[in-house]
Design a protein around this ligand. Structure first.
Ligand code: SF4
Length: 802
C-alpha cells in the first residue's frame, strides 16, 4: 500500500513521520512525502523535475515542483530504491534557500579593500591573469583548489582534469577531508579500494545492526526511518549503538556503549578480542579471502574486556554483551560515521569494523554489509573523480601504470600528472597557504572560515595580503567575505548533473529553473577557466573536450572504464524516470551492482588496488614491494593497531572533553538551512549539551548562558542538560557569523558562536581527517548581566584564550 502525506509544519516536530512496518526479507513499503509552498496545491504544479537530496549523503530521490518558473516544493520518488518516496526534514524545507533574496547574482572583485560587483570577464580575467603570473613565477605548486562534497560528478571530474592534467598541481582537496576521508581510507586499508561493500537494502535483512559513532537518526534521517520501520515490524533487528551522547539511535538500541572520547580503537580491539575468544570467527572465509589474521589476533590479545573497560570507561560486562550480540548475528550490518571518523585514531578504529565483518564472513550477502558512511550528497564523487587529490577513478598515484593510463585518457604526458608524492590534503593546503608557497587558493562550494578547526588561525591564513582567494559559492559566506574574487554559482535545481550516494547509487539531477541573475553552473565556470587559460593536451588540442553536463558525463564514463567505479553502463536516459542505480554499472552488470565482494574477490591485487596502504598508527605510507609481500593475491586485509591516547586530553585547567557535531535541522554552516524558515526556527542558535553532574558542579542550570573555553578560544552557548556521558560536552558546529553583524568572525558585541573556534589543528595520521572530537575544555556559567561573557570574549579576541 502506498501512503501519501502532505507534510505540514508539524513535520519539524514529527521528524521521521508515520511508521510503515515490515519484516525481515520483505520489501520496504512506499510512503510518499511532499511539501509545497504555502498556497500551492498539487494540482497547481506545472511540472515535476527529477533530482535527489542535496543536504546529506543519503541520496533520497525527489521531484522538484515547478510553478511560474520557480521551485514550489518537493516530493519523494516512490520508485526509488533509496527512499521509496520518503523525504527528510531538511529536504522538505531546505529548497526555499534557492530563492533567498541574498543569493549572489553577480561576480565580485576586491577594490580598495571592498568587494564590488563586476562582470564575468573582469572576474575571470583577474583569476586567469594571476594564475598565469604564478605559473610563470613559482610553478604549479603555487596554486591550490579546495572544493566540496556538493557539486556534481561532471564538475569534479572537470576540476580534477584541470588541476592534475592542465595546471599540474598536487594541491587539490575537498571538504570531504573533514567529513569522510576516513571512510575512504578505511575502505582502501581493508579492501584495497574505496567503494562501499554494502547496500541500504541490507537493513531489510539484517538481524543485528551496529551503528558506530553514527547518529543516523539525524544524519541520514530517511535511512533511520527504514530502521524504525524494521523495529516496528515482525522479528525486528537488534541494534548496537556506540556514542557518548543519548541520541535517538541510543534510545532505540538493544545495547548502548558510551565510551570516553578518543578511545574508540581500544573499544574495537576489545570487541574483537572477545569475538575471537568466544570463537565467533568464520575460519573458512578468513582462510580463503583474507590476509593478516595472525597479526590481528596478536594485536588484540592485549585488549581483554577488563583493560578496555578501564581505557574506555565502559563496564566490561557491556563490552562482552556487545561482542555476544555481534557474535550471535546471522546477518550483520554495520555503519560508521563521525564519532569514529573525526576522533582519535579514526582510520584504525573504522578499519576494525571492516575486520569484524571479514572475521565473521559477513560481506556481500543480503543483510551482511558495511557502510563506511559519507556525509555530503556528492562526497563519493569528490573521491571518485579526483577532486580530493586522489587520481580519477580510484587510480593509484604511486602505481606508474595507473598514471600512464590516465595520461593516455587525457592525452597528456604522464610526467605532467603530479604523482611524486601523496596528494596534498586540506590541512596541509592551509599550511602551505600560511607559509606562502600557495598564493592562489580557489575555494568552491565550501566555507572553511567556519568549518575548519582553529578558526582564528584559518581566518588569519585566508586574509593574507599575498594570497589571492577565489570563492565560488551561492551566498556571501564568511569565507567569501575574505575573498579577492567571488564567483556566483548556480546550485541544485538550477543545473544538471549526476551524483552518487553512500551506497553507490547514482542519481541524475535535472535543471528545474534558471539560476538567479548572472549565476552560472560550476561546470561552466571551470570550463571557462580552462578555455581562458588555454589548457592544451600534448597535441595542442583543448584539454577539456566537453562542453555541457552530458558530454562531461560521457568523458567521465570513459575514464572509469575497467575501474571499480565503472560507470560505462550508465546514460542520462537510463537514469531518467526510474530508480537510481548502483555502480559498477557496465556491460557485465547493466542494472548495477547491489553489493560488492559477493564472490569473496576484492579490488586489492597489487596492480589494481587504489593505494598500497599506510601504517595505521603512524600513517607512514607503504610501498609496492611491502604491499606485494603482504598481499600478493589481492585478498582483503585484516589490520590491527595499538591504542594510543588522544593528543589533547582533559587536565586540571580544561577538565572536560569537547565534541562537536550536527543537528538534524541544519547542514554544514547553515548557508542553506539557515535560510529555510522552518529549519532555522527549529534550531536558531548554538547550544551546549552537558550532563546533570557536570552542570551541577559548575552551578549551571538548563538554559543558562555558558562560556566554553579551550586553549584556542571561547564560545558562548546556552546550556542543555542531557544524558550525555559525564565529563563530555557537545557543541553543534553550524553557527558561524554570516547572519550576524560581525563580519566573517566574532567581535566584542557578537560573541563567538562557531564551535571550531575551539577545536585543535590535529588530524588522523592515515586519512588526514581533522579531529573534532577530542578537545579539552572547561565551561563556566555566565553571570546574569552577561558581563563575564563580554569581558572574557574581549580577552579572547585580544589573543589570550586561557
Ligand atoms: S555535516 Fe558532518 S557528516 Fe555531514 S557533510 Fe558535514 S562534515 Fe560530513
Amino acid at each position: 500500500m502506498t501512503r501519501r502525506s502532505k507534510s505540514t509544519p508539524d513535520r519539524v516536530a514529527d521528524l521521521w513521520g508515520d511508521r510503515t512496518p515490515y519484516g525481515p526479507g520483505e520489501r520496504w513499503p512506499v510512503r510518499v512525502d511532499m511539501h509545497l509552498a504555502d498556497g500551492v496545491a498539487e494540482t497547481d504544479v506545472e511540472r515535476w523535475v527529477q533530482t535527489a537530496s542535496i543536504l546529506h549523503s543519503n541520496g533520497d530521490a525527489l521531484d522538484i515542483a515547478v510553478r511560474d518558473d520557480r521551485i514550489a516544493g518537493v516530493r519523494g520518488r516512490a520508485v526509488d530504491r533509496v527512499n521509496r518516496g520518503r523525504v527528510g526534514v531538511k529536504d522538505l524545507y531546505g529548497w526555499q534557500a534557492n530563492a533567498s533574496p541574498d543569493r549572489l547574482t553577480r561576480p565580485l572583485v576586491r577594490e580598495d579593500g571592498e568587494l564590488v560587483e563586476t562582470d564575468w570577464d573582469t572576474a575571470m580575467e583577474r583569476i586567469v591573469g594571476r594564475t598565469n603570473e604564478l605559473l610563470e613565477e613559482q610553478g604549479p605548486s603555487a596554486i591550490g583548489f579546495y572544493t566540496t562534497g556538493q557539486l556534481f560528478a561532471e564538475e569534479y571530474y572537470t576540476l580534477g582534469v584541470i588541476a592534475h592534467g592542465g595546471i599540474r598541481t598536487n594541491h587539490v582537496d575537498g571538504n570531504t577531508r573533514l567529513c569522510t576521508a576516513t571512510a575512504a581510507a578505511a575502505l582502501k586499508a581493508s579492501f584495497g579500494c574505496d567503494g562501499q561493500p554494502g547496500s541500504y537494502a541490507d537493513i531489510d535483512h539484517a538481524d543485528v545492526i551496529c551503528l558506530y559513532g553514527h547518529n543516523m537518526a539525524e544524519t541520514q534521517s530517511v535511512t533511520w526511518m527504514r530502521i524504525l520501520d524494521r523495529l516496528a515490524g515482525d522479528d525486528p533487528p537488534q541494534l548496537l549503538c556506540v556514542d557518548p551522547r543519548p541520541t535517538p539511535v541510543a534510545e532505540h538500541a538493544t545495547l548502548h556503549l558510551a565510551p570516553r572520547p578518543g578511545t574508540n580503537l581500544a573499544l574495537m580491539n576489545g570487541l574483537i578480542h572477545e569475538l575471537l575468544a568466544a570463537g565467533h570467527v568464520d575460519h573458512d572465509y578468513v582462510d580463503q579471502h583474507t590476509v593478516g589474521y595472525a597479526s590481528l589476533e596478536q594485536q588484540v590479545a592485549d585488549y581483554p574486556a577488563e583493560r578496555v573497560a578501564e581505557i574506555c570507561d565502559v563496564p566490561a560486562e557491556q563490552i562482552r554483551a556487545a561482542a555476544r550480540l555481534i557474535g550471535s548475528a546471522e546477518r550483520l550490518m554495520s555503519t560508521v560515521l563521525q564519532g569514529f571518523y573525526q576522533s582519535n585514531q579514526a582510520t584504525a578504529a573504522a578499519v576494525q569494523v571492516n575486520n569484524i565483518h571479514l572475521l565473521r564472513g559477513m560481506l556481500g550477502r543480503p543483510g551482511c554489509g558495511v557502510l563506511q558512511m559519507n556525509g555530503q550528497p556528492t562526497a563519493q564523487n569528490t573521491r571518485e573523480c579526483g577532486a580530493d587529490g586522489d587520481l580519477a577513478a580510484f587510480r593509484n598515484w604511486s602505481n606508474s601504470a595507473h598514471v600512464e593510463d590516465l595520461a593516455r585518457i587525457w592525452n597528456v604526458d604522464p610526467m605532467d600528472i603530479p604523482h611524486y608524492t601523496a596528494p596534498t590534503h586540506a590541512m596541509q593546503i592551509m599550511r602551505y597557504v600560511e607559509e606562502g608557497s600557495i598564493r592562489l587558493l580557489w575555494v568552491s562550494g565550501t566555507n572553511p572560515a567556519v568549518s575548519l578547526p582553529e578558526l582564528r588561525r584559518i581566518r588569519s591564513i585566508l586574509s593574507q595580503e599575498r594570497l589571492t582567494l577565489v570563492v565560488q559559492d551561492i551566498f556571501l559566506t564568511e569565507t567569501a567575505q575574505l575573498a579577492d574574487v567571488v564567483l556566483p554559482a548556480a546550485t541544485w535545481g538550477e543545473k544538471t548533473g549526476t551524483f552518487t550516494n553512500t551506497d553507490r547509487t547514482v542519481h541524475l539531477s535535472e535543471k528545474a529553473v534558471e539560476p538567479p541573475g548572472e549565476a552560472r553552473p560550476d561546470l561552466d565556470i571551470f570550463i571557462d577557466y580552462a578555455r581562458r587559460l588555454g589548457l592544451k593536451d600534448k597535441d595542442g588540442e583543448p584539454l577539456i573536450t566537453w562542453h555541457d553536463p552530458e558530454s562531461a558525463f560521457e568523458a567521465w564514463k570513459e575514464c572509469t572504464r575497467g575501474r571499480p567505479c565503472d560507470y560505462t553502463g550508465f546514460t542520462y536516459d537510463k537514469l531518467r524516470g526510474g530508480s537510481g542505480i548502483q555502480w559498477p554499472c557496465n556491460e557485465a552488470h547493466p542494472d548495477g551492482t547491489e553489493r560488492l565482494y559477493s564472490d569473496g574477490k576484492f579490488w586489492a591485487s597489487p596492480d589494481y588496488c587504489e593505494n598500497y596502504g599506510r601504517d595505521l598508527v603512524t600513517g607512514a605510507p607503504k610501498d609496492a614491494t611491502e604491499y606485494k609481500a603482504m598481499n600478493p593475491e589481492g585478498k582483503a586485509m585484516l589490520k590491527g593497531a595499538e591504542y594510543v591516547p588522544a593528543h589533547e586530553c582533559p587536565d586540571d585547567q580544561y577538565p572536560l572533553h569537547l565534541i562537536t557535531g550536527r543537528t538534524i535541522y541544519h547542514f554544514h554552516t547553515r548557508t542553506k538551512t539557515g535560510r529555510a524558515p522552518e529549519l532555522q526556527s527549529a534550531a536558531p542558535e548554538v547550544w551546549v549539551e552537558i550532563s546533570a553532574a557536570d552542570a551541577a558542579a559548575a552551578g549551571i542550570t538548563d538554559g543558562d548562558g555558558t562560556l566554553i573555553t579551550t586553549p584556542r578560544g571561547r564560545v558562548r552557548a546556552a546550556a542543555r542538560i542531557t544524558g550525555i556521558r559525564q565529563g563530555v560536552i557537545f557543541l553543534p558546529f553550524h553557527y558561524g557569523y554570516w547572519d550576524s553583524a560581525s563580519g566573517p568572525g566574532p567581535d566584542e558585541d557578537a560573541p563567538a558562536t562557531a564551535a571550531n573556534e575551539l577545536t585543535p589543528t590535529d588530524w588522523d595520521p592515515v586519512s588526514k581527517q581533522p579531529i573534532f572530537k577530542t578537545a579539552a575544555a572547561r565551561i563556566t556559567r555566565i553571570a546574569d548581566d552577561g558581563d563575564t561573557a563580554r569581558s572574557e570574549a574581549a580577552t579572547a579576541l585580544a589573543g589570550g584564550a586561557s
